[in-house]
Structure formats: structure tokens, C-alpha cells
Design a protein around this ligand. Sequence first.
Ligand SMILES: Nc1ncnc2c1ncn2[C@@H]1O[C@H](COP(=O)(O)OP(=O)(O)OP(=O)(O)O)[C@@H](O)[C@H]1O
Ligand SMILES: [Mg+2]
Length: 327
Amino acid sequence: MADEVENTSGTYTVGEAARLIGIEPHTLRRLESRGIIPAPVRDKRGRRYTRADIEHIREHYGTRRRREAYTIAIVNQKGGVGKTTTTVNLAGAFAINGHRVLVIDFDPQVNATSTLGISWRDVEYSIADVLGTTPDGTTKRLSEIIVPLPHHPSLFLAPSSIKLAYTEMSLINRPGRDTRLDSAIEPIRKEYDIILLDCPPTLGMLSFNAMTAADGIIVPIDESLALQGAGQLLATRKECADIGRRRVALLGALLTRQRTQTAAAEVIEELTKEIFGSRVFKTKIPERVGIANSTGMGRPLVFTDAREADVFFSLAEELEGMIHATK
Ligand SMILES: Nc1ncnc2c1ncn2[C@@H]1O[C@H](COP(=O)(O)OP(=O)(O)OP(=O)(O)O)[C@@H](O)[C@H]1O
Ligand SMILES: [Mg+2]
């Protein structure tokens, strides 16, 4: 076993165990503090993991029974409300919680791809080559463009590229133009537990395709005037549910970038509840420098030990309850 960590005492440190499992030490500690796996024994050198502990944790990732992935589109035609931040951190939280997760970056801005640490220069084929055609005129299957991510063994990405903007225009005259993404996802639905779709800040062909492919949608709402378009978005959701084969349930509005106790925050929360009724997540995402700074790091905040990441685990738990109820 060439990749195994050299070890002479028969037990392993946090760093060694994490390397053997293929996750970050932070993630291993987080799994323990959340009670997902038991903490190992400690001796005077600190936490020590046995071979059996490591096998147990590996099993936690490898043996889930998959039926069909639950697909969630994160949509709002307003820009900068936190769609991408929510997508990548929620994906990471789901993976840490033991789900096999695919992120589809469905925005020609390529932000989810870069936030997950993949440079557009390194993307050979993207979702644009699945929905449209490659430079040599062929079309790729979704399974051919998916890449594993270094942050977690159960986290995968279908990258985007700026070409997706052209693909969007070319879709307009194609048959089945609203449901092409749903058809592309179909062959791989059983391979994942959860698929997250990061949408662009427009209500065009890409967002329509994302919604017809979705079992449910999350609508991030920040403190600006993001509510202006909410009525139109909800009407579009209904049309997508009518056109496509999936339910496109409104999972909820997610209050993002919240500054505590400002008058604006209270007004937005009230207005959001007026429009979305009970469909507003209990979890709210606060405005935090740590969250803003994480955008350029190439690694979602949930894969660090930052306290600010806890809210994304709370959101994942709320969603796990909802998804479980629908199965
Ligand atoms: N909770 C937060 N606290 C502080 N900064 C945040 C928070 N959420 C998002 N941001 C910052 O706001 C900017 C926009 O966030 P993000 O990219 O997630 O929004 P978006 O809705 O995906 O934008 P777009 O519509 O352009 O795709 C980013 O620079 C991000 O770092
Ligand atoms: Mg975005």
C-alpha cells in the first residue's frame, strides 16, 4: 500500500488518519464534534486512531444505499445574493454529513467552479459541452465532464465555462430546450444522493433548465431589494413544474448576508414572510468577513475550522429533514 501513511505504533494521529481517509483534519474533527462519528481514544500524545476507527469512518462514506439524487437549484435572478456561497458550502456540509454530492456550476461566470478550487484554465470539458457541442462538434455526456474535488472524497463538480453563455443562446431554437439539463442528469441520478445547481443571476434558459431539472429550489434573499423579482421567480417556478417532470418544490427563501438587528433586516424578513409564507428557512446566513474572504480561497468555508461555517450545517440539517419527508 504505497499511499498509506508510515506508522510504527499501530495508531494514527488526526493528520495521518485524515490522510488515510482522504479528508482534511478539520473535517475529521468536525465530524466528531457533530457526533457523526465517535471521537477516538486519547493518550498523552493526543487523539489516536486505530485501524478499526479508520475503517469505520471509511465505511461511513462508502456504504450508503442510493436511490435517486434529490436535486436542488439555488436560484434568484438578482446578482450577489449569496447563491454560489450557499451552493458550495451546503454541498460541503452535505458531503461531510455522509452524502455523495454533485455540484453543477450552471453559471457562465464560473464562480462555483473557482470557489471550489478549479481554475477555468484547467477545465477541459464543461457543462457547456454537455448542453451544447464541443469545438469538434460532438456532445459530451454529463458523466464525462464530472471531476472529483480534493476537499472531500464524496464531493464532485460538473464545471462551467464562459462558453455556457453561447450555449444558452443556441438552446433557444432547439427542441426540448427547457428540459435538456434534466435529460443530461437522468443517467447519473442514482450515483449521487444530492445534486446542487448553482444558477446565474438571470431568469433565462439556464435558470429554466435548472428549475425543470430540480426536485426543489432554494431562493437566497439578501438585505437589498432582492424581493422585487420574487413574484416573477415564483411564477416561473410554477411554469417549470408544469413543463417538466419534476416537482420543483419551493423548499424555501433563505435570508442571507444578514446584519444583526438592523431595521432593514427586519423589514426584509417581514416582506419575505409575506411573499414566501412559512417557506422561509429558520437558518439565516449572517454577513461575515470570514464568509466574504473565503470566496477567493478555492476551498469552501465548511472545510476549515471557522465557526462561521456552522450555519451551513444548520441549513443542511433543515434540508435533510425536508428531503427525508419527501422520500
Ligand atoms: N454571508 C456573507 N457574508 C459576507 N459576504 C458574503 C456573504 N455571502 C456572500 N458574500 C459575498 O458576496 C459576494 C456575492 O456572493 P455570491 O457569489 O455567493 O452571490 P451570487 O448570488 O452567487 O452572485 P451572482 O449572482 O453573481 O452569481 C461574494 O463576494 C461573496 O464573498
Ligand atoms: Mg453565483
